[in-house]
Design a protein around this ligand. Structure first.
Ligand code: ZN
Length: 341
């Protein structure tokens, strides 16, 4: 039955390479959260002992250039030994695929980490993507790239789409996959607490980041659609024939990961994404608690991430308000442009 669920593929954007700004959007959607929990505390530079009447400098009084930037990532494409993977290597380099993932771009330099995360595309001998704890590497295997290209092609063909749809499927899945692995890296490097299965937690982080770090160039609807493409991967790789090894695995089964994602998307804005329920992609019984679940997950992840935002990228409430207004204005302008989708 699960396999019969239809994911609509809409022919839309080419790769979304946007300069994203996200903390404000993230906060803005957390209306139910206590303000103190999501607004970063003003960062004070080191200061000498002062008289009590002297005011401490506020964040706005310190030039941005003087505030510490976050940890920047590295990116690398390793040439494969297997000639059959050369096409993937060439494509990855040509697109510069590791640098086309909006949330990774946002996180690059945004957080203060004990060491850089190294994003590496390489031959692995297996179809996978993973975080290598010992080196701080996040590895995207060319074999995984090949699988996604193949799946994207099959989906595009089945829906009467073309290369653009195939590319969109590929990039949406890479976006989610690499964020999932980044979640593992953050849990490790920042020693973030996680009860329950880490695999589920980092799926939640990937979804939260995609739903929260939205720029003026990409609408909430665009993001939801890309998350749908990414969630489809879980259905395509779950044939429903589960043995003991599947149940014992550290990952939830594909169908569960699919429904968890639907719940997060729907719960992010039930009014806007009601169709996820009415189309049958999310059973009503689960949908009832998704708004609460989605908000709680987002709020909890924000609490974990927020203290690690580099001083340079923290904002005062006034700066937040100005940025919200600027982005909302751009979104209005974009929606009025006659040739934009
Ligand atoms: Zn994982």
């Amino acid at each position: 039955m699960v396999q019969k669920i239809i994911i609509g593929i809409l022919a839309t954007a080419l790769i979304a390479v946007c300069s994203i700004w996200g903390y404000t959007e993230w906060q803005k959607r957390q209306v139910a959260a206590p303000v103190a929990a999501v607004v970063p505390a003003p960062v004070k530079p080191p200061e000498p002992v002062k008289a009590e009447t002297e005011l401490a400098p506020t964040v706005a009084e310190v030039p941005a250039a003087e505030k510490a930037d976050g940890t920047h990532f590295t990116y690398q494409y390793v040439s494969p030994r297997n000639p059959e993977l050369l096409a993937m290597y060439n494509m990855a380099r040509e697109i510069d695929v590791l640098k086309q993932l909006p949330e990774i771009k946002q996180l690059d330099g945004w957080l203060t980490l004990p060491r850089p995360i190294n994003f590496i595309a390489a031959e692995c001998g297996t179809t996978n993507a993973f975080y290598a704890k010992d080196k701080g590497d996040i590895v995207l295997c060319y074999e995984m790239l090949e699988l996604l290209v193949r799946q994207g092609g099959a989906m595009a063909q089945a829906s009467g789409g073309g290369t653009r749809d195939q590319l969109e499927y590929l990039m949406a899945n890479l976006r989610f996959l690499m964020l999932h692995e980044t979640g593992h890296a953050l849990v490790d490097m920042l020693d973030l607490p996680s009860t329950g299965r880490e695999e589920d937690a980092v799926d939640q982080l990937a979804t939260t980041l995609m739903l929260s770090l939205v720029s003026a160039d990409e609408s909430q609807g665009d993001i939801a659609q890309k998350l749908q493409l990414a969630s489809n991967f879980f259905l395509m790789t779950d044939d429903g024939n589960h043995d003991m090894a599947t149940y014992a695995d550290e990952h939830s089964v594909g169908a569960q990961r699919f429904f968890n994602l639907q719940c997060m998307i729907y719960g992010n804005n039930p009014g806007k994404y009601l169709r996820i329920v009415t189309s049958g992609r999310l059973p009503e019984a689960r949908a009832l608690r998704c708004e609460e679940e989605s908000k709680q997950i987002t709020r909890n992840w924000m609490r974990l991430i927020e203290p690690n935002i580099a001083p340079k990228h923290r904002m005062t409430r006034e700066e937040e308000a100005a940025k919200i207004a600027e982005i909302q204005q751009k979104q209005v302008e974009n929606s009025q442009a006659p040739y934009m989708r």
